[in-house]
Design a binder for this molecule. Structure first.
Ligand code: NDP
Length: 276
């Protein structure tokens, strides 16, 4: 069965809109985009559009590629103290001359809608209340939408980035899956993926996961977004894998729409913490 991320995300968006309509003031999201990376521009436009559709206040700060680190840090400081803003998102990647960790660490943890501040990551890893990174949060909701048990299942995550691989592994571990994290130095990757009841592919290589790597009846979540000749291709060879697994997410229309929906959900969570 194909997990329809677009449809699930749409339902969540409607719930968020209903919630936002009832709030005293508009939830506010600030997005900072540095430079003109085409993929980042697409993502930021999507975030701006969604804010408008859901009745959020939004500020998009489009900054020149050559902006100094200090200027960027000052912008973040201003947004930290801006009462209209409940969530701050710095679109990654940042140019090389800017220390990404310094910028993210400066965001007030309570406004860290992307859940990448060390305090939120620490809380996630220790099982305390945290703002959960959007893509991993969306992935878990997609797995849960299948109605299949996570507890006790073998989950294999291919990719160990701070943005996707590591946090999704912890979320699955916190739900009592037995988690294996694979990466570029993993030996005999297939041996691991073939054991996966739940397989999350976050590699960034088109159709990297092939049918021979899949356990019959697995749940397969394809996080990858690869642009080939203007087309979006996932990390999973969808056509050949789909007949072997029990559930699979498509690209596009799987994890992507959930990421934006979770960003909006996180903004509301930040709003509630701040306005309380
Ligand atoms: P990164 O490039 O940060 O991480 C990729 C990971 O894949 C690394 O951990 C790397 O290992 C691992 N890897 C690379 N080659 C291999 C290999 N041959 N075998 C096993 N593992 C390998 O990417 P992200 O985590 O940021 O993103 C992954 C994909 O997900 C990308 O396509 C990205 O565009 C997409 N994405 C989609 C989102 C969405 O909303 N749908 C949101 C965020 C990302 P190592 O650590 O050893 O280098």
């Amino acid at each position: 069965m194909i997990i329809n991320g677009k449809e699930i995300a749409e339902k969540i968006r409607q719930e968020i809109k209903a919630k936002a309509d009832k709030l005293k003031k508009k939830p506010g999201l600030a997005v900072i985009l540095v430079g003109d990376d085409p993929a980042s521009q697409v993502y930021v436009r999507g975030k701006e559009k969604t804010c408008n559709e859901l009745g959020f206040y939004s500020e998009i700060h489009r900054l020149d590629q050559n902006i100094s680190e200090d200027e960027l840090l000052n912008l973040v400081k201003g947004l930290n103290n801006n009462d209209k803003i409940h969530g701050i998102l710095v679109q990654l990647p940042l140019p090389k001359h800017i220390d990404k960790n310094k910028v993210i660490s400066l965001i007030k943890p309570i406004k860290d809608v992307d859940g990448l501040h060390p305090l939120n990551i620490g809380n996630l890893f220790t099982g305390h209340k945290a703002i959960i990174p959007c893509t991993p949060k969306g992935i878990v909701k997609l797995i849960e939408s299948t109605g299949e048990e996570i507890q006790g299942r073998n989950a294999v995550v291919v990719g160990r980035s701070n943005l996707v691989g590591k946090p999704v592994s912890v979320l699955l571990l916190n739900r009592n899956a037995t988690v294996t994290i694979c990466h570029s130095r993993t030996q005999d990757l297939k041996k691991h993926t073939q054991q996966a009841d739940i397989l999350v592919a976050a590699v960034g290589k088109p159709e990297f996961i092939t049918a021979d790597m899949i356990k019959q009846g697995a749940i397969v979540i394809d996080v990858g977004i690869n642009r080939i000749d203007g087309k979006l291709i996932g990390d999973v060879d969808f056509e050949n894998v789909k007949d072997k697994c029990s559930f699979i997410t498509p690209v596009p229309g799987g994890v992507g729409p959930m990421t934006i929906a979770m960003l909006m959900e996180n903004t509301i969570e930040c709003y509630e913490m701040i306005e309380k």
